[in-house]
Design a protein around this ligand. Structure first.
Ligand SMILES: [Zn+2]
Length: 111
């Protein structure tokens, strides 16, 4: 089976830039990992701090014997998406704060 990576899949590439991108290719491993990371069964498993039967079965269907490794990738991807979303939110606030600071510096210079 061909392993598609973020560099060979347009949807993965898009998701790298936009953590809210909803697009997935069913044949792409990266997309499926991302799909799981955003999915309800994964969320439930995180909440309950154990793998739900539904989630484990879905993992096995999608990744076969490699489901445990896939689960690790899914956790890492969920973490990445979370960080990226937080950064995007922070970015807006930072840039506003940054602009205010720059204005203050300018005013000080003028005084
Ligand atoms: Zn993909």
């Amino acid at each position: 089976m061909t392993r598609f990576t973020c560099t060979s899949c347009d949807f993965c590439e898009r998701a790298e830039r936009d953590p809210n991108s909803p697009f997935v290719h069913g044949y792409c491993r990266g997309c499926r990992i991302r799909g799981f990371a955003e999915g309800y069964p994964f969320w439930v498993s995180r909440r309950d701090k154990r793998l739900s039967e539904d989630y484990r079965q879905a993992l096995e269907r999608s990744f076969g014997d490699g489901w445990k490794a896939a689960h690790e990738e899914i956790k890492a991807e969920a973490e990445r998406i979370h960080r990226q979303r937080a950064a995007l939110r922070g970015c807006t606030a930072m840039s506003v704060a940054g602009r205010i600071n720059a204005l203050r510096e300018k005013l000080k210079e003028g005084a």
